[in-house]
Design a protein around this ligand. Structure first.
Ligand code: SAH
Length: 297
């Protein structure tokens, strides 16, 4: 007699382990997500090196991950030698995704609370601090850049809260769409537009806007700013310093009120500031969070 054993298919994960210097932590986490990782985990060690694991739901292309890591290091102004060791292994018998989801907590920025979609009710305690009702935004943290946990996104949300009073808003490099969703929820009458050169980001942003019930309010398109872009009362560009520098004349041209620039490292602030002055933008406000700066023009 033979017994048929049905093997239950376990979800299979691949762990891409990168040993790096401490200062490269954020760059490597970012690079792994850009390479398609569903999420990262950072181990704690006492020495100068740390282990960062990026989890992938399918076998990642090592060359691609490597390229994304080096690209991320370049953006963060760090040497390639920050990455000391790379190792790929299969993860068995572990519901990594469930464990990872358990650890996610909502992030509060002013009146906005950014929560993962599986946290349907946000604990009232996290809504404290402000007399106004909190505005909850649901974003899947694994999806793309812009999950609310990053300093550069938080700087933008704070500036939007401070300066936007309705009218029109343009988000250049929308990622998950987080900034437009926040603006549309806060100002249901506002005209909200967003662009991103990455078609995948636009698809995700549209889906996020729909699931946050502001899908009809936001106009998303694949692309960037150009001479045809209609101007807006508030323009937000959370990009990287080299891209900001390249787009600066266009960004200033499309802002008829204020312009928020974010994604600038402290080592890059002077370069952006001197170009702003050269272009005649004199009234500048600087804000920082960790090593990250934003400039409101
Ligand atoms: N606005 C989001 C995401 C910022 S990440 C937040 O604040 O969290 C930056 C995004 O800009 C990425 O999605 C990237 O695809 C996009 N991007 C990069 N260069 C761009 C350009 N020249 N024009 C428009 N979008 C760009």
């Amino acid at each position: 007699m033979s017994v048929a054993i049905t093997k239950v298919e376990q979800p299979r994960w691949y762990a891409f382990e990168v040993t790096v210097t401490r200062e490269a932590r954020e760059a490597v986490e970012y690079g792994l997500i850009e390479a398609g990782s569903s999420g990262t985990e950072t181990g704690t060690t006492n020495g100068p090196l740390i282990l960062i694991t990026g989890y992938f739901d399918r076998l990642p292309d090592t060359e691609r991950v490597r390229n994304e890591l080096f690209e991320a290091l370049r953006i963060y102004d760090l040497p390639n030698s920050s990455v000391r060791e790379i190792n790929l292994r299969e993860v068995e018998d572990r519901d990594w995704l469930a464990e990872w989801k358990k650890d996610w907590q909502p992030v509060q920025v002013g009146r906005f609370i950014i929560a993962p979609p599986w946290l349907e009710t946000v604990p009232p305690a996290s809504a404290g601090g402000s007399s106004e009702a909190p505005i909850v935004i649901h974003i899947n943290p694994g999806m793309a850049f812009g999950t609310g946990t990053h300093e550069t996104t938080r700087l933008c949300l704070k500036a939007i809260e401070k300066y936007f009073r309705g009218g029109s808003f343009l988000d250049v490099g929308t990622g998950t769409g987080i900034l437009t969703i926040a603006t549309a929820k806060r100002f249901p009458e506002a005209r909200v537009e967003a662009c991103d050169i990455d078609p995948e980001a636009i698809a995700i942003a549209k889906e996020n806007a729909r699931s946050n019930n502001v899908g009809d309010q936001i106009n998303f398109r694949v692309g960037s700013v150009d001479n045809e872009t209609p101007s807006a009362d508030l323009v937000c560009a959370n990009l990287t310093a080299p891209v900001i520098v390249e787009l600066l004349p266009l960004l200033l041209g499309v802002s008829c009120g204020r312009l928020i620039l974010s994604g600038i490292l402290d080592s890059q602030i002077e370069m952006v500031q001197s170009l702003l002055l050269e272009l005649g933008a004199a009234d500048l406000e600087f804000n920082s969070d960790g090593e990250w700066f934003s400039i409101v023009v």
